[in-house]
Design a protein around this ligand. Structure first.
Ligand code: PLP
Length: 367
């Protein structure tokens, strides 16, 4: 042993990067407790429907070869997506959920000394993946209407800015940015700053004024679109998402990907889901109908609900947030509280939505 080596078992242990200090931990939505009063999980924006039979069959068939590594390049899925979106194969990059792809996008663009801009509150992974990269987060507060303040976000751009997330619809508020304001914003962002349109909930949008990010990407080399199979397509547990981006960005995503990160089961399930799109989108339509019912019910009870285009609703409850979440849990539904701010509630099965509406009504009456 050299003189400079610390003694085994002594010293301070492995040196970790200082950037990791104070990283907020990702809080997953709490599951319904086994044997507890809460039977329904409305805390993670999952799809309440079980896997489609055809998709399940595909998964079971592929499970028979899980002693083999998956296709590293996700060739079948990439080809399916390129055809579906009418984009070159080279513009599609897959990853372990869209949060995995989001992390790769940050890794590919930003490091110490750089800045990443996003609205706040928004998807809680943004601060985590930004801090891991060593870059600084620039959080731009939502407007009073719980929406992105795109003017303020454009004003926040500096020569250190490398990436901007626009979460459309925004998690957790459900609000959207519309075509004209988004285009105006994109016109203001320098071409060397990557704008990531996070469209995890795209399929739930019914507002025709909300642009499809894949249309905007076509004319703008600095725009990347993030999509997932976790929400509308119901594959949250399989971890597969993708980006559509121009060549240098998509190529950087291939470089930053964890090799073999997307399992063959996930790849094949995603392809099967794209081919079963009609059935899956019928389920999405049913959830959108439920969303209208829940929003209407809450408004009827006197709640202020921001207009949502996602599969969840947002109630700004401030100091009453945790009490409200506890009341919902006691009534049989787990919701997602953000202490001191508000509660996000996923649109689930009809019975779960009914229980939630009853809990919300009771809570209001007792105020
Ligand atoms: C806005 C947004 N983006 C991305 C994700 C990540 O989804 P996944 O990694 O399951 O694709 C989520 C999940 O909740 C989300 O809300």
């Amino acid at each position: 042993m050299s003189k400079t080596s610390p003694a085994v078992g002594g010293g301070t242990g492995p040196r970790l990067r200082a950037e990791l200090d104070g990283i907020p931990t990702y809080k997953p939505g709490r599951p319904a407790a086994a044997g507890g009063p809460a039977a329904f999980k409305l805390s993670s924006n999952e799809n309440p429907y079980p896997p489609l039979p055809g998709v399940m069959e595909r998964v079971i068939a592929t499970a028979g070869i899980f002693h083999r590594y998956p296709d590293l390049s996700c060739a079948g899925l990439t080809e399916e997506l390129a055809g579906r979106f009418d984009v070159p194969l080279e513009h599609v990059a897959t990853g372990t959920g869209s949060v995995g792809v989001a992390q790769q996008l940050v890794q590919a663009t930003a490091g110490p000394g750089d800045e990443v801009i996003y609205a706040w509150r928004s998807f809680e992974a943004y601060p985590i993946i930004t801090q891991i990269s060593g870059a600084a987060s620039v959080k731009v507060p939502l407007t009073g209407a719980e929406a992105h303040d795109l003017d303020a976000m454009a004003d926040a751009v500096t020569d250190r800015t490398r990436l901007i997330f626009v979460c459309n619809p925004n998690n957790p508020t459900g609000t959207v940015v519309r075509r004209a304001e988004l285009e105006r914003f994109l016109d203001r962002v320098p071409g060397d700053v990557l704008v990531v349109l996070d469209e995890a909930y795209r399929e739930f949008i019914r507002d025709a004024e909300v642009p499809d990010g894949t249309d905007l990407y076509r004319e703008r080399p600095n725009v990347a679109v993030l999509r997932t199979f976790s929400k509308a397509y119901g594959l949250a547990g399989l971890r597969v998402g993708f980006a559509i981006a121009h060549e240098p960005v998509a190529a950087a995503l291939r470089k930053t990907a964890v090799p073999f990160g997307v399992s063959q089961i996930a790849q094949d399930a995603a392809v099967a889901s794209l081919r079963a799109e009609t059935q899956l989108l019928e389920r999405v339509e049913a959830l959108v109908t439920e969303r209208t019912r829940v929003v209407g019910g809450l408004a009827g009870q006197g709640w202020t609900v921001p207009e949502t285009q996602a599969n969840f609703v947002w109630l700004r409850l401030g100091e009453r947030t945790l009490d409200f979440a506890a009341a919902c849990e006691a009534a049989g539904v787990m919701v997602r509280p953000f202490a001191g701010e508000g509660v996000r509630v996923t649109i689930g099965e009809t019975e779960a939505n009914d229980l939630f509406l009853q809990a919300a009504e009771k809570f209001r009456e007792e105020l």
